[in-house]
Write a protein that binds this ligand. Structure first.
Ligand code: NAD
Length: 423
C-alpha cells in the first residue's frame, strides 16, 4: 500500500528517505525488481480512532497507528510513540527501519511501529491510561506474541506497556506477558531492559572508536535528548570514561567542559522536568549543543536533528545515532564530504530491540535470566553486528550506514526469496 500523505521535501519526509535508502541498497546488492517491490511495500497499515474521556469530562478523539512492514524473518516488533507529530509517513518510515534493525543484529523479527498523535506532557496519567487501553483494544486482532510485539518509544514507558499487556490479556482471557516488551520486572519484564538502548549505544561507540583507532579516555561527548535513551547513554558513557560535556532536552541545554555529573543531572532533571538551570552546568541555547566542539555527538531525541542547514557547522569528529533517523540525507552527504563518520541508528540503537528479544524469549519460556547474563548476551550480539557491518564497509568502501543497510536488506531479501510468494 502506498501512502495517502506525502511530505513535500525529502529532508522532512522520513518515508521518502527510507525508500531511497532501500532503492540504493537494492541496486548495490543487485537484487531483482520483484524483491525490491515487496520490500518497498508494507504488510499491513492500521489507522484507528482513539476516543478518550479527558479529566474535564470532555471527549477527545486521537488517531492511532500501527504499521507492520515485514514478517519475512519472524513476528513484527517495534515501538509505540506518543507525540503530537506522529503521522502515517513517520510511522511507516520507522516501521521499515525497524525491519532493517532486527536484521542487522540478526534477530528473528520483522519490523513494525505505531503511535498516537497525543502530547503525553499535557495528559494526566489517568488520561494516558484511558488512551492506551482504548488504543490497545483497537489493535487486539493485529498484535500478539506470535504476530507483532510493541515496545516503548518516545512518550511511552514501562507503565504504558503494563496497561497494554493488561488490556490485551483481559481481551484474550488469560495472561499474555509476551505481547509487549519493556514491561516492569514484576509482570514479566527483563533485567537490563530500561537502559538497554543506551548500553548498546555505548558498546557500539567503543567498538567504532577502537576500530577507527580513536578510542582514548576522556573523549568529549555531547548528547541531544535526555529521555530514556539519552539518560542511559549519558550515564553509561560517563561510567565508561567518556566526558559528557553537554546535554539538551526539549526545554533547554546545559554544558560543563570538565564533564557533567550525570547522576546529579538525572536527579535534577527528575525534579525540574528539564536539564536547563542545572547548577553545576552553564545553560546554552537548546540547538546549540549540536554545534559544540566535541569528539562524539549523540543525537538521542527525534528525527531530522541534523539537516542540510546545520551539518556544515557541526564540529564533532564522529556521530552516533542513538535516535531513529536524526540525520537527513542532505546532512549525511555533507558529513561524508567532511569525513565525519556516522554510526547509523539501525546499528547504534539496536540494543533496545536486542534486549526486547531477550525479554520475549524469557516470557515465552517463563524462565528469567540474571542481569549479568543479559549484559553478556547483549555484548555478544552488538559486537558481532558491529564487526559484520564494519567488515562490509571496509571491504566494499561503503559508509557504515550503507554497509548496515546492505547487510540487513540482504538478510531480509534472502528470507523472502526462500519463502516465496503465497499462494
Ligand atoms: P523519550 O520520550 O524518553 O525522550 C525523548 C527526549 O528527547 C526527551 O528528553 C525530550 O525532551 C528530548 N527532545 C525532544 N525534542 C528535542 C529537541 N528538539 N532538542 C533536544 N531534545 C529534545 O524517548 P526515547 O525513548 O529516549 O527515544 C529517543 C529516540 O531514541 C527516538 O528517536 C526513539 O525512536 C529512539 N529509540 C528509542 C528506543 C527505546 O528503547 N526507548 C530504542 C531505539 C531507538
Amino acid at each position: 500500500m502506498h501512502l495517502p500523505h506525502q511530505r513535500e521535501h525529502e529532508e522532512f519526509h522520513p518515508l521518502g528517505m527510507a525508500q531511497r535508502q532501500l532503492r540504493e541498497s537494492v541496486e548495490r546488492l543487485g537484487l531483482p525488481d520483484e524483491i525490491h517491490a515487496k520490500l518497498a511495500h508494507f504488510k499491513r497499515i492500521v489507522v484507528v480512532a482513539v476516543p478518550a474521556r479527558m479529566d474535564n469530562g470532555c471527549l477527545e478523539v486521537f488517531t492511532g497507528y500501527r504499521v507492520q512492514h515485514s514478517m519475512e524473518r519472524g513476528p513484527c516488533k517495534g515501538g509505540m510513540r506518543y507525540h503530537p507529530a506522529v503521522d502515517l509517513d513517520e510511522v511507516c518510515a520507522l516501521a521499515m527501519l525497524r525491519t532493517w534493525k532486527a536484521a542487522v543484529v540478526n534477530i528473528p523479527y520483522g519490523g513494525a511501529k505505531g503511535g498516537v498523535d497525543c502530547d503525553p506532557q499535557q495528559l494526566s496519567r489517568g488520561e494516558l491510561e484511558r488512551i492506551t487501553r482504548r488504543f490497545t483494544s483497537e489493535l487486539v486482532e493485529v498484535i500478539g506474541p506470535e504476530k507483532d510485539i510493541p515496545a516503548p518509544d518516545v512518550g511511552t514507558d514501562a507503565e504504558v506497556m503494563a496497561w497494554m499487556m493488561d488490556t490485551y490479556s483481559m481481551n484474550r482471557g488469560f495472561v499474555v506477558p509476551g505481547v509487549v516488551t519493556g514491561k516492569p520486572l514484576a509482570i514479566g519484564g527483563s533485567a537490563g531492559r530500561s537502559d538497554a538502548t543506551g548500553r548498546g549505544c555505548v558498546c557500539i561507540l567503543e567498538q567504532a572508536l577502537a576500530a577507527m583507532e580513536r578510542l582514548r579516555p576522556g573523549l568529549k561527548v555531547v548528547i541531544q535528548g535526555f529521555g530514556k535513551v539519552g539518560r542511559a547513554t549519558a550515564r553509561l558513557a560517563a561510567q565508561a570514561g567518556f566526558r559528557v560535556v553537554a546535554v539538551s532536552d526539549v526545554c533547554g541545554a546545559t554544558q560543563n567542559p570538565h564533564g557533567l555529573d550525570i547522576a546529579k543531572l538525572e536527579a535534577y532533571a527528575e525534579e525540574h522536568g528539564t536539564v536547563a538551570g542545572f547548577p553545576e552546568g552553564e545553560d546554552l541555547e537548546r540547538d546549540q549543543v549540536l554545534l559544540l566542539p566535541c569528539d562524539v555527538l549523540i543525537p538521542a531525541a527525534l528525527e531530522g536533528a541534523l539537516t542540510g542547514d546545520n551539518a556544515e557547522q557541526v564540529q564533532a569528529k564522529l556521530i552516533l545515532e542513538a535516535a531513529n533517523g536524526p540525520t537527513t540525507g542532505e546532512a549525511e552527504a555533507i558529513f561524508a564530504e567532511r569525513c565525519i563518520p556516522v554510526v547509523p541508528d539501525i546499528l547504534a540503537n539496536a540494543g533496545g530491540v536486542t534486549i526486547s528479544y531477550f525479554e520475549w524469549v524469557q516470557d515465552l519460556q517463563a524462565y528469567f535470566w540474571s542481569e549479568e547474563e543479559i549484559h553478556q548476551k547483549l555484548y555478544q550480539v552488538m559486537t558481532q553486528a558491529f564487526g559484520d557491518v564494519y567488515c562490509i564497509s571496509e571491504e566494499k568502501k561503503l559508509t557504515l550506514r550503507q554497509a548496515a543497510l546492505d547487510l540487513a536488506i540482504g538478510r531480509v531479501a534472502e528470507a523472502q526469496a526462500l519463502r516465496g510468494i503465497y499462494p
